[in-house]
Write a protein that binds this ligand. Structure first.
Ligand SMILES: [Zn+2]
Length: 276
């Protein structure tokens, strides 16, 4: 089976993500490319709701949870940040799903943990049980490499069966958090692993142009094909894409390249549906 490419966006900053989505969404429509939008649902509860609801209402798009307020659902060791209180986590896992289903009138199947983790939901049985109870069918919360480093390796789908929930899947995300690659939140150097997982992927500085960012994407796409991976999905944030590349040249280059290779596009929901 061919490797599929999943465009996915962590949509989290009210005005800045919305402004970027005004360019991202038409580009997806023009190129007929699907996407998964993981959204912080306070954007669907506030003044931004009508515009986000209009922009993202498209059969090509999957809308999934990025919690209500971008809270940490586990301790994030790479960033030195503690988890939110459990009552807040349980409430946001439930409420974000309900809000998406109410606004888009479709099931919300997945959750991407803000900031993500080295091992997804790990062995946190209480958290895994909570996602399962609320009706989530997958998590996409693994996006760091060994010892909390970047880039995130091309890890593939797995079940949370050891915790007793074999129908809850983890679909990791891959490569660099593009905001880090650009130095928007932190510089890449502090997250590098030695020796690296991919010694043939070397960067001496942050990317400075959309073409350089595309070259990084191409490395992970080519590597996924070489490894015969089921899927590859990079870690994108509309606010950071818009700040660096308002024309979204990188997206166009990346989607064209995926098409040139003859790889199909998909959403995370499609990946989960394969397992029914
Ligand atoms: Zn986020």
């Amino acid at each position: 089976m061919k490797t599929v490419f999943i465009p996915a966006y962590d949509t989290e900053a009210a005005a800045r993500c919305q402004a970027a989505c005004e360019t991202i969404v038409p580009l997806h429509r023009d190129m007929d490319v699907p996407a998964t939008f993981f959204i912080v649902t306070r954007l669907l509860e506030g003044a931004e709701r009508p515009r986000y609801a209009e922009l993202l209402r498209d059969e090509r798009f999957e809308i999934a949870s990025h919690t209500v307020n971008h809270i940490l659902i586990r301790e994030q060791k790479a960033l030195g940040l503690p988890a939110a209180p459990w009552e807040t986590i349980a409430s946001e896992v439930a409420r974000s799903k309900r809000t998406i289903e109410e606004v888009f009138e479709r099931p919300c199947e997945g959750l991407r943990a803000p900031c993500s983790f080295e091992d997804g939901l790990g062995g946190d049985t209480r958290l895994i049980e909570c996602l399962h109870r609320e009706g989530y069918r997958y998590s996409s919360s693994q996006a760091w490499g060994p010892q909390c480093t970047l880039p995130a390796p091309l890890a593939q789908a797995r079940r949370y069966d050891a915790q007793g929930f074999p129908d809850l899947w983890e679909f990791p995300a891959h490569g660099w958090h593009e905001n880090v690659l650009k130095g928007h939140n932190a510089t890449p150097g502090r997250f590098l692993l030695w020796p690296p997982v991919y010694p043939d992927h070397l960067l001496s500085r942050c990317v400075k142009t959309p073409e350089e960012e595309f070259a990084v994407n191409r490395f992970f796409i080519d590597k996924a094909v070489e490894l015969n991976a089921e899927f590859v999905s990079l870690i994108w944030h509309p606010w950071s894409l818009g700040r660096f590349d308002p024309e979204m040249t990188m997206l166009r280059l990346t989607f064209d390249y995926v098409r040139t290779l003859g790889l199909p596009f998909a959403t995370y929901r499609d990946l989960r549906a394969r397992r029914d």
